[in-house]
Design a protein around this ligand. Sequence first.
Ligand code: AVJ
Length: 319
Amino acid sequence: MLLDRHLDDDDLARELRADVRAGLTADPRWMPPKWFYDARGSELFEDITRLPEYYPTRTERALLETHAAAIARITEAKTLVELGSGSSEKTRLLLDALVARGTLGAFVPLDVSGSALAAAVESLTAAYPGLGIRGVVGDMTRHLRHLPEGDNRLVAFLGSTIGNLVPAERATFLSSLRSVLHEGEWLLLGADLVKDPAVLVPAYDDAAGVTAEFNRNVLHVINRELAADFDVAAFEHVAVWEPRHEWIEMRLRSSRDQVVHIGDLELDVPFAAGEEMRTEISAKFRRDGLTAELAAAGFTARHWWTDPNDWFGITLAQA
Ligand code: AVJ
């Protein structure tokens, strides 16, 4: 099994402690969304992608089904790199198109989760015996310089994961990605678009309550990893559209006055009744804004594909 590890469980444990200490002592309190995704959280996210209200995954998949052949023809990529690959399901559409085009020799998925990556590398190695597949365990905001060299690489960053970053973080991320690419190499970026809040908000506050469970899962993670005693049922799921920033904000609202003890940090965290902790931002984009952000980082947007509703966009940009 080919896996390069730049992050191990100790690194992740240290990062979680630092994030919990910083976020839970801040005003207002916050937690970064990366801690949603333990095994249970990853399962809940997979469930979210199948909810009737959650349109992004199926909309992006349909776009890739329609346009993967064009992406292969335009890029003629020899290496496909996927950032935050997770289960790599949508990746297969790109792999199939690039294999059919006859240019692809290698696939490099990068993810923070070593276990998810190992499973993906194993099943993809069986499905694509002709490809060199090498997983990189790492954080896409810190380990881009460890991506293998290759000529004519295509970096796929799908699912609108970029929406978890605030604008300044996006600028830093896109510039550092640009700096590891050679002129002419490619970025395929999937981005959820600004739309009616009557469509957006239910996508983050579904009727079945799956997103609420996903949101509260971060409290289970902190309880388990840091010997904390969050009463998970005493936190309510909140999803709001912030028009000023054009992002969805997920929060957890304390339903009563309570003090949470974080055992491993010897930290007591008071929550007032109604107090909200931010757990995720999910920014929504406009074509012009994205093109400008890409240009500021040194990318030229070459192609843009969207669905008939203009709900989700895929842009192909060149370094
Ligand atoms: C995986 C970050 C793209 O923001 O839509 C889904 C995560 N959060 N429902 C998103 C998520 C709540 C998702 N991303």
